[in-house]
Design a protein around this ligand. Structure first.
Ligand code: HMG
Ligand code: MG
Length: 328
C-alpha cells in the first residue's frame, strides 16, 4: 500500500443495520456486503455474535458468515470480514462455523504473507468496551472491569484460531448518560489493557457524535502520551452533530490511517438514544480523495450502493456526497 493509503472499514452491514426495527432479509444483507467488497472496501463488518434478545437484527450472523466464507470475490488485496463477539458465547458461536469451514478462510499470517491465490477471505472478531460505566452497563450489562475480563478469552481465542482481533471503545468523546464527562486517560488505559490482551487494533468510537475538533485532538494526544501507536488506532465517528469529517481531518493530521464509515450514513447504537449514523462512506471517499489520499474505493459504486440500500430499507440516504454524485 502506498504512503497515501487510507484503510476504510465499512461498518454499514453491522452498525448500519443493527438498529433497524424491521427484519432485513438475509439475501439483502449478503448482497450489501458483496457489493461493498466489490466496490473496493477491503474490510467489511458483516455481523454480530451477540444475544438475539438484545439485538434481534443481528440474529442470523452465523449463516451470513458461512455464506461469505463460501464465496470468492476477486479483489486486489485479501478481503476481511469482521464480526462482533462480546463474550465466550459469541466466540464459540463463531468458532463453530469457522471449524466447519476450516480451510475456507485465510489466517492472519496467510493474509500478511499475501501469497494466497485462492481468493479466500480473512475473518476478524471484534470485542467492544465502553469508556464510561453507565454505557458499559447499558450496552454490555456489566461494568468496565468485568467486560475486560470477558474480552480477554475472546481475543485470545480469536488469536489462537489465527484470526485478527479488533477492540472497540465506545463513547470516547461523549456519553449519552454522562455527557462530555469522559476521561481521555481512562480511554488510553482501557486501550492499553486491550492491546496487552492481544488486540491488533483499537477502534475509538464517538458513539454519540458529540466529538469536536479540540476534543479529538486532546484524545489522540493522550493516546500518544500513553505510548499507543497510531497504526494501532482506528477512528469510528458517528455524524450526529455533523462533525465527523472535521474530526477525521484532525485525526489525519495526527497520523491516523484507518477509519470506520457506513454506507448511506446508516447507523446508530441501540443503547445510545438519539445517536444517528456513522460518517457516510461516500462522504469519506470524496473527502479523502480530495486530499490526494488513496482509499481504493470507487465513489460511483458506493454512491449507487448507498442509494440502493437506503431505498431497500426505507430510510433517507444520509450521504450528502452520494446524493450529489447521483444528482438525486
Ligand atoms: P446478559 O443478559 O448479561 O448475558 O447480556 P448472559 O450471559 O446473562 O446471558 C443471557 C442470555 O443471553 C442467555 O440466554 C445467553 O445464552 C445469551 P438464555 O439462557 O436466557 O436463553 N447470550 C448470547 N446469545 C448469543 N450470543 C452471545 C450471547 N451471550 C449471551 N454472544 C450480552 C450480555 C453481552 C450478551 C448482551 O448485553 C449483548 O448481547 N449485548 C450486545 C449489545 C450490542 O450488540 N450493542 C451494539 C454493538 S456495540 C456498538 O454499536 C458500538 C460500536 O459501533 C462503536 C461505537 O459506535 O461506539 C461498536
Ligand atoms: Mg458505532
Amino acid at each position: 500500500a502506498s504512503n497515501n493509503y487510507i484503510r476504510l472499514v465499512e461498518v454499514g452491514p453491522r452498525d448500519g443495520l443493527q438498529n433497524e426495527k424491521k427484519s432485513i432479509a438475509r439475501e439483502t444483507k449478503i448482497e450489501l456486503i458483496t457489493r461493498l467488497a466489490k466496490a473496493g472496501l477491503t474490510t467489511v463488518e458483516a455481523g454480530s455474535f451477540v444475544s438475539p434478545k438484545w439485538v434481534p437484527q443481528m440474529d442470523g450472523s452465523s449463516e451470513i458468515m458461512k455464506h461469505l466464507l463460501g464465496q470468492r470475490i476477486p479483489t486486489a488485496t485479501p478481503l476481511t470480514y469482521s464480526f462482533l463477539a462480546p463474550n465466550v458465547k459469541g466466540l464459540e458461536n463463531a468458532k463453530t462455523i469457522l471449524e466447519e469451514q476450516a480451510g475456507s478462510y485465510l489466517t492472519q499470517a496467510e493474509t500478511l504473507a499475501g501469497t494466497d491465490k485462492t481468493g479466500r477471505p480473512a475473518v476478524e472478531l471484534a470485542v467492544f468496551a465502553a469508556a464510561t460505566e453507565s454505557f458499559s452497563q447499558k450496552n454490555l450489562n456489566c461494568d468496565i472491569a468485568t467486560s475486560l475480563e470477558r474480552f480477554a478469552p475472546v481475543i485470545q481465542g480469536a488469536k489462537n484460531m489465527g484470526l485478527r482481533a479488533r477492540a472497540y471503545i465506545s463513547v470516547v468523546l461523549g456519553c449519552p448518560f454522562e455527557g462530555y464527562d469522559v476521561d481521555p486517560h481512562k480511554v488510553a488505559e482501557i486501550a492499553t489493557s486491550l492491546l496487552e490482551m492481544g488486540a491488533d487494533e483499537i477502534s475509538l468510537g464517538d458513539t454519540t457524535g458529540m466529538g469536536t475538533a479540540p476534543r479529538t485532538q486532546e484524545l489522540l494526544r493522550c493516546m500518544a502520551a500513553a505510548g499507543i501507536r497510531n497504526e494501532d488506532i482506528a477512528m469510528h465517528f458517528h455524524d450526529t452533530y455533523g462533525q465527523a469529517l472535521v474530526n477525521t481531518a484532525i485525526s489525519l493530521e495526527h497520523g491516523i490511517r484507518t477509519f470506520d464509515s457506513s454506507i448511506g450514513g446508516l447507523g446508530g447504537c441501540p443503547y445510545s438514544p438519539g445517536a444517528t449514523g456513522n460518517v457516510a462512506t461516500e462522504n469519506m471517499v470524496y473527502f479523502l480523495e480530495s486530499l490526494g489520499m488513496d482509499t481504493g474505493v470507487s465513489l460511483d459504486a458506493v454512491a449507487d450502493i448507498g442509494e440502493w440500500i437506503t431505498k431497500e430499507i426505507g430510510k433517507p440516504n444520509d450521504a450528502a456526497v452520494g446524493k450529489a454524485v447521483l444528482g438525486a
